[in-house]
Ligand binder design. Structure first.
Ligand code: GDP
Ligand code: MG
Ligand code: ZN
Length: 225
C-alpha cells in the first residue's frame, strides 16, 4: 500500500524538522523559509537583503536547487555563510537536507538562517523544515491568479511578497484580482509589494525581517517562562 509509506516519510520529515527547530531555538537563530516559483526573484531578493543587513545581523543561507551552485555563488558575494543543497531532481527541500545544510554552517554564530527553497509553489509548502516562518513570494509576470491557484502558500505563509512591481506597466496584471483572491483566503496576512531590482519597497521587507527576528525571540522566551 502506498499511502502509509507517504505518511511515514512525512512523519520522519516532521521529526527531523522538530530537531532542526530545537537546535535553531537553542542557538537563538531565527529561521525563514522562502518559497516561490522558479524565476520569481528569490535569489535576487536575498542578495539585496544580505546587502542591507550586512554588519547588523549574522545571516546564514541554505539555498536549494535541482542542479548547479549558481545561487550559492551569487549569494556568497554578500555573505560568508552560504551552503547549497542540490536535490538531484527533487522539487522541494526536506528537513533532512536542511539538517545537513545546517551542519555546513556555523549555526551557533548566526542570528538568522534564511532558506531559499527549490523554485516551486507546490510541495515546498508541505514540508516543514524547522523554520519559524514561511514566506511566500509571488511576482508580477507570473500573473495575478497565482494566489488563487496556490492557496496553500497563502494559507501557510507568515508574510506574502509580490516582487517585480517595476514590471506592472509592461505586463497585464490585475492588482484587484490578486488582492481580492488573496483576501478571500486570508484577511490577516501582511502583503508587501516590492522590486528586488529597483529597490522599491525593499525597506519594508528588510524591516519585517528585523522585526520578525525580535518577535520570534520574544515568543520563544515567553514560551519557556
Ligand atoms: N524586472 C525585475 N526582474 C527581477 C526582479 N527580481 C528578480 N528579477 C529577475 O528575475 C530573474 C530571476 O531571478 P532570480 O532571483 O534568479 O529568481 P529565483 O529563481 O526565484 O531565485 C533574473 O533575471 C532577475 O534579474 C524584479 O524585482 N524586477
Ligand atoms: Mg534562486
Ligand atoms: Zn517536491
Amino acid at each position: 500500500m502506498d499511502i502509509p509509506v507517504v505518511e511515514n516519510v512525512l512523519k520522519l520529515n516532521d521529526e527531523i524538522a522538530a530537531e532542526n527547530r530545537r537546535r535553531l531555538g537553542e542557538a537563538g537563530v531565527v529561521c525563514l523559509n522562502l518559497v516561490g516559483s522558479p524565476g520569481s526573484g528569490k535569489t535576487t531578493l536575498l542578495e539585496k537583503t544580505l546587502d542591507s543587513l550586512r554588519g547588523e545581523l549574522r545571516i546564514g543561507i541554505i539555498t536549494g536547487d535541482i542542479a548547479t551552485t549558481r545561487d550559492a555563488e551569487r549569494l556568497a558575494r554578500f555573505c560568508d555563510h552560504v551552503t547549497q543543497i542540490n536535490t538531484g531532481g527533487g522539487c522541494h527541500l526536506d528537513a533532512n537536507q536542511v539538517k545537513q545544510g545546517m551542519n555546513n554552517l556555523p549555526v551557533e554564530d548566526l542570528d538568522l538562517l534564511i532558506i531559499e527553497n527549490v523554485g516551486n509553489l507546490i510541495c515546498p509548502v508541505g514540508f516543514d523544515l524547522g523554520q519559524d516562518a514561511k514566506i511566500g513570494l509571488f511576482s508580477v509576470p507570473e500573473g495575478e491568479d497565482k494566489p488563487a491557484k496556490h492557496p496553500r502558500v497563502v494559507l501557510e505563509s507568515a508574510l506574502l511578497l509580490l516582487n517585480k512591481i517595476d514590471l506592472l506597466p509592461h505586463v497585464p496584471f490585475s492588482m484587484d484580482v490578486f488582492e481580492s483572491d488573496l483576501r478571500k483566503l486570508r484577511d490577516d496576512v501582511p502583503v508587501l509589494k516590492l522590486s528586488a531590482v529597483t529597490g522599491e519597497g525593499l525597506d519594508a521587507w528588510v524591516d519585517w525581517v528585523r522585526q520578525s527576528s525580535t518577535t520570534v525571540k520574544r515568543d520563544r522566551a515567553a514560551a519557556t517562562t
